[in-house]
Design a protein around this ligand. Structure first.
Ligand code: SAM
Length: 287
């Protein structure tokens, strides 16, 4: 396949005077097996729409456009727009938007571009901004089925860890509230041009129709999550007290009320316990 052929890529980029930007996380896939596999596992079919973030030269875009009804790819780097016009010329269902995904109203984009279609997100994400993009997609509560993304291996481990285990972090619990996460397959560093210093992994976040736990105040729930995990070497109570401005005594009472030891660490708390704690602390806070 041309778009994974290093000589072809170098000639193409040379003709367009393009040089890689490290700051924009530009590592392009050159392993011909990865994109077809990713596109297939994302699950979009002939009646569906796909949003892609950071198409680069379009190597994943073409695989998505072959399978879906329509694709819309958001690329920040203006220099890649003429390159994509060339590589996607045979794919009339593939549209490119030159924008920063973090400043794009994706809800509106979905309304305008995909009326009535099921929508999937599939992307090889720029690593400098992986978590913000994932949280932006989830917090916007977009009407999408799933988010299939390539991320750094360590990020995959963290994002997909079961809540309540040592590998879990604040982001694990936050993601879990919106989606169920699974690890799909690993991709080594030599599959990219230029080769990054880290290995990668493709993960899939299947968006939940309803949250797994019931919380009285979502915004407060997310601040309880980040406060609990804010001092990872200490107890959850320490972080909660200092970040939420609630006395240690009251935090301990809330923990006792939900049947948890005052010395518990955040990573040992389940989603149910985090939700119960949030509801209890809100009660206490509101007096
Ligand atoms: N999809 C291509 C591939 O797999 O070879 C390129 C992936 S590369 C890891 C990440 C891409 O995201 C680059 O094309 C980069 O210019 C683009 N990008 C970086 N920051 C972005 C942002 N905030 N919004 C949209 N695209 C961005």
């Amino acid at each position: 396949m041309e778009l994974t052929d290093i000589n072809y890529i170098k000639r193409l980029l040379g003709r367009h005077g393009f040089t890689f930007s490290k700051a924009l996380g530009q590592n392009f896939l050159i392993d011909p097996t990865v994109c077809p596999r990713m596109a297939e596992m994302c699950g979009a079919g002939p009646d569906d729409g796909v949003i892609e973030i950071g198409p680069g030269i379009g190597v994943l875009t073409v695989e998505l456009a072959k399978r879906a009804k329509k694709t819309v790819s958001v690329e920040l780097d203006t220099r890649l727009i003429p390159v994509l016009a060339e590589t996607l010329t045979d794919y009339r269902n593939a549209q490119v938007i030159n924008a920063d995904v973090m400043k794009t109203d994706l809800g509106r984009l979905i309304d305008e571009q995909f009326g009535g279609m099921r929508v999937f997100v599939c992307a090889n994400l720029p690593y400098y901004i992986t978590s913000p993009i994932i949280m932006y997609l989830l917090e916007s509560r977009l009407p999408v089925e799933s988010i299939t993304v390539m991320v750094q291996k360590e990020a995959a481990e963290r994002l997909c860890a079961p809540v309540g285990t040592r590998s879990a972090g604040a982001i694990t619990a936050a993601v879990n509230y919106y989606a169920s996460a699974e690890r799909l397959f690993e991709v080594g560093r030599s599959s990219f041009l230029p080769s990054p210093n880290v290995d990668s992994e493709v993960i899939k976040l299947t968006v939940r129709k309803t949250p797994p736990v019931s919380v009285d105040d979502e915004k407060f729930f997310f601040s309880v999550i980040s406060a609990s995990f804010s001092q990872r070497r200490k107890t959850a109570a320490n972080g909660l007290s200092s970040m939420l401005g609630i006395s240690k005594d009251k935090i301990n009472t809330a923990l006792a009320d939900i049947g948890v030891s005052p010395t518990v660490r955040a990573e040992a708390l389940s989603m149910e316990q985090l939700a119960a704690l949030s509801n209890k602390l809100r009660e206490i806070k509101n007096g």
